[in-house]
Design a protein around this ligand. Structure first.
Ligand SMILES: [Cu+2]
Length: 494
């Protein structure tokens, strides 16, 4: 009896130690800052760029958001499952009404068993690109890699616009019937919230602009091992990330531990996260950290002076305060997001032979015709007929409508697809677009089964990759005779 009692007490203590309620207040307001030397008002939480939220596995999180902006907002916790609390997901008009100016909203949820690197961001229109974003880190006392690093550092990569998101959305991008609409160009890229801008490029930009803004410096101690968590919080930019003179051992993607994978370049798309271990065992010096912005705009020239070569500095402690003179290594081991297997994860043999649900998403991205179009998405299910909807923001949050009437007949502008709880769903995503697109599923992580180009042999993996955001290859290089007249479509099966 005593033995059993003692066990119960130990379990109770262990649970008590692990899980707590963590309380945060995010005062959301305009603050004028100069992340790249160019001063402008940004929407920030508590006046900080990349305000971090750090909790432990199992914690309950209470975040009070006070909206001091003159526009509505809502905040999303990217990658968190919100198991049992879908109304806390923060997607404006999908899971909640936006928080009005002057309003307050309490987000309360439990992070469950999730650990690793996530991020929070505004989920109202395109608002987060004005600064409402930051890391969301869940520390893991049972981290299998815990003994392999001494320090834990978070680094955001983003693109930065000198115009407000509302202006970019309505005046540049989503002009009704504008067949020449193109994605707005950022003015610079930031690492750790810091970048540089060439003030001479635009007259209008000269007023509050300082050239040669000091770059972000990450200081390391010789011989120590660092876990770096990189988060792409950009509106659009994909980055090719590397650190001169150093290999990166990738151990996490999107909150999932991966097989340790040594690379010297990481392609990281919007909303993706990676952790890698870097050992500071090179000559004591300064080294460039590079986040080369991939040109997805494809313009002949860039009148706003956008510099794709975004940098920060890795500095060994005690090294003189000078710019690095290092050069980029040849890319010999690039990270492959489709084959980066989950640590101790499933193999294809572990998957069920038959899936209970099958979804085919095909999305097309064309000239906007509505005020706030997203994309036209076809969802073809195994039972349902083909849907085809261009999403239009509803007047009542979709979740609310569903909870009040689970049989509600949603229109094609919501384009719902129903899956059953606790069942496998095969999802195939296949854009008809010449650009590589990140695809993200709220509330879930998925196994990447295969990816590539239709009509080509797919990649195969040993252990499956599992994550919550994956890039779907672009539609390129047409093969007319095979029935695809314009291009060969990319796909990801998950
Ligand atoms: Cu998300």
């Amino acid at each position: 009896m005593h033995f059993i009692t003692a066990l119960v007490v130990i379990v109770a203590i262990a649970l008590h130690v692990c899980a707590e309620t963590r309380v945060f207040t995010l005062n959301v307001a305009y603050t004028t800052v100069s992340p790249d030397g160019f001063a402008q008002p940004m929407m920030l939480a508590n006046g900080e760029i990349d305000y971090p939220i750090v909790v432990n596995a199992g914690d309950t999180v209470e975040i009070t958001v006070n909206n001091h902006l003159n526009v509505s907002t809502s905040l999303h916790w990217h990658g968190l499952f919100q198991n049992g609390t879908p109304w806390m997901d923060g997607a404006s008009m999908a899971t909640q009404c936006p928080i009005k100016p002057g309003g307050t909203f309490l987000y309360k949820f439990n992070v469950g068993k999730q650990t690793g690197t996530y991020w929070w961001h505004a989920h109202h229109q395109s608002q987060y690109i004005n600064g409402l974003r930051g890391p969301f880190i869940i520390n893991d006392p049972k981290d299998p890699y815990l003994s392999q690093y001494d320090y834990d550092v978070t680094m955001t990569l983003t693109d930065f616009f000198h115009n407000g998101s509302a202006y970019l959305l309505s005046k540049v991008f989503y002009i009704p019937n504008n067949t020449n609409a193109f994605e707005p160009l950022p003015d610079s890229g930031l690492i750790g919230g810091v970048g540089q801008y060439n003030c001479s490029v635009s007259q209008a930009h000269n007023k509050n602009c300082v050239n040669n803004n000091p770059l972000k410096k990450y200081t390391v101690k010789p011989g120590k091992r660092y876990r770096f968590r990189i988060i792409n919080t950009a509106a659009q930019a994909r980055y090719l990330f590397s650190i001169d003179g150093h290999n990166l051992t990738v151990i996490e993607s999107d909150g999932v531990y991966t097989n340790p994978t040594v690379v010297n370049q990481i392609s990281i798309h919007t909303a993706q996260r990676y952790s890698f271990i870097l050992t500071a065992n090179e000559t004591c010096s300064n080294y460039w950290i590079r986040a080369e912005m991939v040109d997805t705009w494809g313009l002949a020239s860039y009148p706003n002076g956008l510099n794709f070569d975004v940098r920060a500095i890795l500095s060994y402690a005690g090294t003189p305060n000078e710019d690095p003179t290092t050069s980029a290594a040849t890319v010999t081991t690039a990270l492959n997001p489709y084959t980066l297997g989950e640590l101790n994860g499933l193999t294809t043999d572990d998957l069920p032979d038959n899936y209970n649900d099958t979804l085919y998403f095909q999305f097309q991205y064309g000239p906007p015709t509505y005020e706030y179009p997203i994309a036209t998405i076809d969802i073809e299910g195994d039972i349902e007929s083909v849907n085809n909807g261009t999403y239009i923001v509803p007047s009542v949050p979709t979740l609310k409508t569903f909870l009040q009437d689970p049989n509600f007949n949603f229109s094609a502008t919501i384009n719902p697809y129903y899956v059953n709880n606790e069942e496998w769903a095969l999802t195939s995503v296949n854009p008809i677009d010449s650009m590589e697109h990140p695809f993200h599923l709220h509330g879930h992580s998925f196994y990447v089964l295969e990816a590539g180009k239709l009509l080509h042999a797919p990649l195969t993996t040993a252990t499956l990759a599992r994550r919550d955001t994956i890039q779907v290859p672009a539609c390129t290089g047409g093969k007319g005779s095979t029935g695809e007249t314009g291009c060969t479509q990319g796909f990801v099966d998950m």
